[in-house]
Write a protein that binds this ligand. Structure first.
Ligand code: SF4
Length: 451
C-alpha cells in the first residue's frame, strides 16, 4: 500500500499523458505541414531501405461503445467499395512520387475493421498495394481481425495475399462486460476464428485485451485470461480502457458508475499481467506480452524493440507510409497525417493530390527526445552513450531534464554517467517519466490516464 501511495503521489492515477506511440504526439501536428512536405519527403526516400506501409480501413459494421478508433458504421458495402477506389488512387499518387525500386518490408491493415472487406476487395486492395510498392523478399503482412466479421473465405484471401500475422480484438469475454461496452463476441466465435487463422497457416497471433472496463471484476478478468490462454496466442496487448467521452462520443453510452475505481483498475491490470507471466509470457514494454522465442521477445532481448502507432514492434523499417483517412506517415524528415475525416480525405485524393493535412518537421532536438522517449518506453532506460553516438553533443540538452527526473522520481530511478534507469517498481509511471522529456506537451489537450 505504501508503494502504491508513492506511485499515486507521483501521478499514477491522476496524470493525463500521451501513450508516446510517436514523438511529438499527433495533437501538436501543424496544418502548415501538409502535402508539399509529404511529396518532398516521399520523393527523397532511399530506395535501398524497405519501408513499412499502414493502411487504414475506417469502417465497421458495429460501433463498439468503448472504442476510440477513427471509424464509421456501415451496413452496406457501397461506401467501403468506393473507399477502396480512393485508396487505389492514393496508391497511384504515392507510386508516382516515391523513387523507383522502393520496396515494402511490412504491411499492416488496421481500422476500423479490415475484415469488413469481402474476398474480392481484399484481393483488389492487396494487388494495388503491391503494384505501388512491391514487397521486399522477406516481407511481413499483418491484419487486424474482427472475429465476428470474418469467415474462412476472407481469411484464405488474406493468407493468399501473404498475411502471416493476425491480431484479434477480444477485450473481455464476460457477457455482462461485453454488453456494457456494446460489443458482443462469444468465445466460440473467437475460437472458430483462431482455428481458421491457424488452418490458413498464421503462425503469429496477437490478442488485444482491455482492463478497466465497466463491470469488470478480478474473477471476470481472470476467467477472460484463462480463456485467452486456451487460444494459444504468441502475443498479448493489454491496454487500459481510456474513458475519453469528450473525444470518443460513443463512450457516452458507457455507464461511468460501472467503471472500476483507481485501485480496482490497478489490481485488474496487475492480476492479468501476473497470469500471463505465470503462463510463460515475457513482459514487453508497458503493456504487451510475448512468448519466449516470439520475434517481439527476441527483439526485446536483443535491444531492437521499437514503438510505433500499433504499440510495440520488431519492425526495423525507419519509414512508415500511412495510407487512407487519418493515417500517419513517419518519414525521415518528420510526420504527416492524412486528412482525418473520410470525406475530407476522399476530396483531396479526388482532386489529384496527396492527402497530408497536418504534420511536424523534426528538429535535431525532436530527434533526440524521440530517441530517448522510445528507449524509455521500450527498455525502461535512457542510454547516454547511445544518444551521444547518434546525436552528438546535442545529447547534452537532456542532462537537465534527466536530473529533474531523478529528483522527482527518487529511488524509482537511478541516474549515473551511463544514463537513466527506471526500476521495475516505477514502471507503472513510464509514460509520466516520458512526459518529463516532452518539449511539446500541448496545452488544453486532455490525454487518457497514465495507468
Ligand atoms: S472495436 Fe473494432 S469493431 Fe468495434 S468500433 Fe472499434 S474498430 Fe470497430
Amino acid at each position: 500500500m505504501e508503494h502504491l501511495d508513492t506511485l499515486r503521489a507521483l501521478g499514477l492515477f491522476d496524470a493525463r499523458v500521451p501513450r508516446y506511440t510517436s514523438y511529438p504526439t499527433a495533437p501538436v501536428f501543424s496544418p502548415a505541414v501538409g502535402t508539399a512536405f509529404q511529396a518532398e519527403a516521399l520523393a527523397a526516400l532511399d530506395p535501398a531501405e524497405p519501408v513499412s506501409v499502414y493502411l487504414h480501413i475506417p469502417f465497421c459494421e458495429r460501433l463498439c461503445w468503448f472504442c476510440a478508433c477513427r471509424t464509421q458504421g456501415t451496413t452496406t458495402l457501397s461506401p467501403v467499395e468506393s473507399y477502396i477506389g480512393t485508396l487505389e488512387a492514393e496508391l497511384r499518387l504515392v507510386a508516382q512520387t516515391i523513387p523507383a525500386g522502393l520496396r515494402m518490408g511490412r504491411l499492416h491493415w488496421g481500422g476500423g475493421t479490415p475484415t469488413i472487406l469481402p474476398p474480392h476487395l481484399i484481393h483488389r486492395l492487396a494487388r494495388a498495394v503491391k503494384a505501388a510498392i512491391p514487397p521486399a523478399e522477406a516481407w511481413e503482412f499483418s491484419v487486424e481481425i474482427d472475429p465476428t466479421m470474418v469467415d474462412r473465405a476472407k481469411i484464405d484471401a488474406l493468407a493468399a495475399e501473404g498475411m502471416n500475422r493476425a491480431s484479434i480484438g477480444i477485450q473481455d469475454f464476460d457477457p455482462e462486460v461485453q454488453a456494457a461496452i456494446g460489443r458482443e463476441q462469444p468465445y466460440d466465435i473467437t475460437r472458430a476464428c483462431v482455428d481458421d487463422l491457424r488452418g490458413a497457416g498464421i503462425t503469429s497471433l496477437n490478442c488485444d485485451l482491455v482492463y478497466g472496463l465497466p463491470h469488470q471484476t478480478e474473477t471476470r478478468i481472470a476467467d477472460t485470461v484463462a480463456k485467452v490462454l486456451t487460444l494459444n496466442p504468441e502475443r498479448i496487448a493489454l491496454f487500459g480502457y481510456a474513458h475519453v467521452p469528450w473525444v470518443a462520443k460513443r463512450q457516452k453510452l458507457i455507464d461511468e458508475n460501472a467503471l472500476p475505481d483507481d485501485m480496482a483498475r490497478h489490481r485488474l491490470s496487475e492480476l492479468a499481467a501476473a497470469q500471463f507471466r505465470a503462463a510463460g509470457f515475457e513482459t514487453i514494454g508497458i503493456d504487451h506480452f510475448a512468448r519466449a522465442g516470439d520475434e517481439l521477445a527476441l527483439a526485446k532481448d536483443e535491444g531492437r524493440l521499437r514503438r510505433n502507432f500499433q504499440g510495440y514492434t520488431a519492425d526495423s523499417c525507419a519509414t512508415l507510409i500511412g495510407l487512407g483517412a487519418s493515417s500517419i506517415s513517419r518519414l525521415p524528415q518528420g510526420y504527416v497525417q492524412n486528412a482525418a475525416a473520410t470525406a475530407a480525405y476522399i476530396q483531396r485524393i479526388e482532386a489529384g493530390q496527396l492527402a497530408g493535412a497536418r504534420g511536424h518537421v523534426m528538429t535535431g532536438d525532436d530527434l533526440l527526445r524521440a530517441d530517448a522517449i522510445e528507449m524509455l518506453m521500450c527498455e525502461f532506460m535512457i542510454d547516454r552513450d547511445a544518444l551521444h553516438a547518434r546525436h552528438g553533443p546535442t545529447a547534452a540538452a537532456l542532462d537537465a531534464d534527466l536530473a529533474q527526473i531523478a529528483a522527482r522520481f527518487g529511488d524509482l530511478v537511478t541516474l549515473d554517467a551511463g544514463g537513466l534507469r527506471l526500476h521495475p517498481a516505477g514502471r507503472a509511471l513510464t509514460r509520466i517519466v516520458a512526459s518529463a522529456l516532452d518539449a511539446h506537451m500541448p496545452d488544453g489537450v486532455r490525454f487518457s490516464r497514465a495507468s
